[in-house]
Design a protein around this ligand. Structure first.
Ligand code: ATP
Length: 314
C-alpha cells in the first residue's frame, strides 16, 4: 500500500517514550536452518524509558545522549534510523528526519534498548509524517526490524513465540517491583546464543513448551509476586554466565538481600531482581550498590505501556 502523506511541517517535533523489557521467562529451542532459535518467552515492559525526539529534516540524521551514549552507533547500524527509513520506504515519503535518542535503558544489556528506540522512532515518524498507517502496519514493519521490536510497540506483559515476535497479551494483576544491576561491559546477543549452542552441542535441546510457564502465568494473573519470583526462568542464563562469570556476584547479592527471584535479563548481562514492594526494590538496589557488583543500579515497576507519543509541537 502506498499512501500520500501530508508534507511534514517545518520545525514540527514529536517526542515518544518507549520502555525497556525483561524476560520473565525465556525458553530457547534448537537453532533452525538459518541459525535462529525458536523461543517461548514472557516479556514484561518496565518503567526504564528511552525517549526519541523526531524533528523534520531533509536528511536522515541521529544524535544520542544519556548514559553510555558514546557506545551507541549513529550511522545506519542504529536500529532507530533503520526504523525511520523502513517507514519512509513503506509509505513512499521523500523526506528525512532528525532523531535524537535520550537513552536510559542499558546498552547491550538484554533489556531491548535498541528495539525500544526502533519502536519509538516508528511511532514518532508516523506522527511526524502523518502517514495514516494503522497500528497493525507499524507492528508489521517492527517485526521486520527485529524480533523484540513488536513487543516494544505494544508493551505491558505478553507471551512471545516464533523468534519472540508473535505476541499474545498476558493477563496480569497489580504492579511488580524490580531492581536491576547493570554492567557497562555489555554482552553481544549473538555471542550468547553461540555459547548456548556450544553448551548444548550434544543435541539435548527440546522445542520450548509454553506449558512450562503455566505457574508463571498463574502468578501474573493472581498478582502474586512471591510465586512469580519462584517461576522466573532463563535458558540463556548459563551461557551468559559462561561468557561473564562475574554475573554470579549480583545474582548472589540479590538472593542474600531477600529478592523473591533473580534472573539474568534476556541475553544479559543485566541482572533483574524481583522485590516484595517499591521500598524493597530500593533495598535491593542499595545492596547492589554497597557490594560494588554493578556499574549502574536501577529500580523500576512493570508492566507499563509500549511506545507512546508524549508530546508533539508545531
Ligand atoms: P536485546 O535485549 O534485544 O538483545 P540489548 O538490549 O541486549 O538487545 P541493545 O542495547 O538493543 O542490546 O543493542 C545491542 C547492540 O546494537 C549495541 O551494542 C549497538 O552496537 C547496536 N545498536 C543499534 N541500535 C542501537 C540503539 N538505538 N541503541 C543501542 N544500541 C544500538
Amino acid at each position: 500500500m502506498t499512501l500520500t502523506p501530508v508534507a511534514p511541517l517545518p520545525d514540527h517535533e514529536v517526542r515518544v517514550r518507549a520502555p525497556g523489557k525483561i524476560n520473565l521467562s525465556l525458553r530457547v529451542g534448537p537453532p533452525d536452518a538459518d541459525g535462529y532459535h525458536v523461543l517461548s518467552t514472557v516479556f514484561q515492559a518496565v518503567s526504564v524509558y528511552e525517549e526519541v525526539i523526531a524533528s523534520s529534516s531533509e536528511r536522515f540524521e541521529l544524535t544520542v545522549s544519556g548514559p553510555q551514549a558514546e557506545v551507541v552507533p549513529t550511522d545506519e547500524g542504529n536500529l532507530a534510523l533503520r526504523a525511520a527509513r523502513a517507514l519512509a520506504d513503506r509509505v513512499g515519503i521523500d523526506a528525512g528526519v532528525h532523531l535524537h535518542l535520550v537513552k536510559d535503558v542499558p546498552v547491550a544489556g538484554g533489556m531491548a534498548g535498541g528495539s525500544a528506540d526502533a519502536a519509538a522512532a516508528l511511532v514518532a515518524c508516523d506522527a511526524l509524517w502523518r502517514t495514516g498507517l494503522g497500528r497493525e502496519d507499524l507492528v508489521e514493519i517492527a517485526a521486520e526490524l527485529g524480533s523484540d521490536v513488536p513487543f516494544s510497540l505494544t508493551g505491558h506483559t505478553a507471551v512471545g513465540s516464533g523468534r519472540g515476535h508473535l505476541l499474545t497479551p498476558a493477563l496480569t494483576r497489580g504492579e511488580f517491583h524490580w531492581a536491576f544491576a547493570v554492567q557497562h561491559r555489555g554482552l553481544s546477543t549473538p555471542a550468547v546464543y553461540r555459547a548456548f549452542d556450544e553448551l548444548h552441542s550434544g543435541g539435548d535441546v527440546a522445542e520450548p513448551d509454553p506449558e512450562d510457564d503455566v505457574p508463571l502465568m498463574q502468578a501474573l494473573r493472581a498478582g502474586d509476586a512471591r510465586a512469580l519470583g519462584a517461576a522466573l526462568h532463563n535458558d540463556l542464563q548459563m551461557a551468559a554466565l559462561e561468557l561473564d562469570p562475574g554475573l554470579a556476584e549480583p545474582l548472589a547479592v540479590a538472593e542474600d538481600a531477600g529478592a523473591l527471584g533473580v534472573v539474568v535479563s534476556g541475553s544479559g548481562p543485566t541482572v533483574a531482581a524481583l522485590a516484595r514492594s517499591r521500598q524493597h526494590a530500593l533495598v535491593l538496589a542499595a545492596a547492589f550498590t554497597a557490594s560494588g557488583v554493578a556499574d549502574r543500579v536501577l529500580t523500576a515497576a512493570g508492566p507499563v505501556a509500549g511506545a507512546r507519543v508524549v508530546s508533539a509541537s508545531d
